[in-house]
Design a protein around this ligand. Sequence first.
Ligand code: PYR
Length: 389
Amino acid sequence: MRIFVVLAASLFFAQAAFAEPVGSPIPVGIAVGQTTNVALFGEEQVNGAKVAEKMINEKGGVNGTPIKLVFQDTGGDEAGAINAFQNLISRDKVVAIIGPTLSQQAFAANPIANQAKVPVVGPSNTAKGVAQIGEYVSRISAPMTLVAPNALKRALAINPNVKNVAVVYAQDDAFNVSETGIFQEAIKDQGLNIALIQKTSVKDTDFTTQVTAILGANVDMVVMSCLAADGGNMVKQLRQFGYEGLIVGGNGFNSPNMYPVCGKECTGVIVAQAYSPKADNAENNAFVPVFKEMFKKDPAQFSAQAYTSVKVVVEALSEVEKNSGKKVAEMDTAELRTALNAAIISSSYDTPLGEIVLDADGEITQKTFYVSQIKIADDGKTGAMELLP
Ligand code: PYR
């Protein structure tokens, strides 16, 4: 009897050890905006990262060692991002940082990680030049040069008679300044006339001046580069003041958390995307059900990109173990960070975004993009991004 109990107990523990990763977890930093208006994106990023942590650890972590995400709120500005990065680098000794949410924050905080030789993977930094900040910076967020023009083309398929366009952009945000440049070039390439350009701030809530100017210019389309809160409020005011033409939004409109800000006025807004929950690939088919189970909704682009960032770091950690013949947990932190960065770049990954490749610069190549139109439900708060064919 006694032998049986011992045998049964050791079998139980052997099985538990096989299913559950063991050892001190590997700390991976997540520095995104969990407060301020930027939390509209940050909340989705936290959710995506948590799904990755759960799925990865359930499959044994990094060859048997679990990962542990260490969250640091960056808030919405540069100082918050710098502070979060410094804590993760020096206090928490993370192996890599996934973040920050905004390109505006990346241009300030990434040089600090680069100097400290800590790999940074940008989950949502789409401005020109982010991957080129330094050797230790890469991104899994496709630059807007590849994504934004798709939305314009689809808008013109909906209304081929568009001639005059108003352009709006938040002048105090690096991503929006970068994105409007891309939109403006694409508008000219399509042979359209930019009738007026209106500047806003990501802090604005009242857009009467800009909306009045746009209504006076009699345009057929408004192309907006703003973040979710300011952009959502401006769309609402445009419609409430009587603008009836097409509205195209940039990456800042890529969040369902914008729906309650602009309510039913968001219906019809056209947005280009680097992800769709409907993408039919093995990675996405594994990710979406777990996300839905945990959060009772489809993952949005910011969630999928954060999930992908964690997955990229974990696959690269496995590669480090393979190449070095050492367990990551036994490596010196500085040595590990350098080896990890080398493994992250110049590699390809199967992800919910499809196959992605990171070049030697840490720049992403991604093949599949989407364009959707927002449809708000009768409650005025929820809605969907309906894929345009
Ligand atoms: C950026 O800041 O780059 C975004 O795409 C939101």
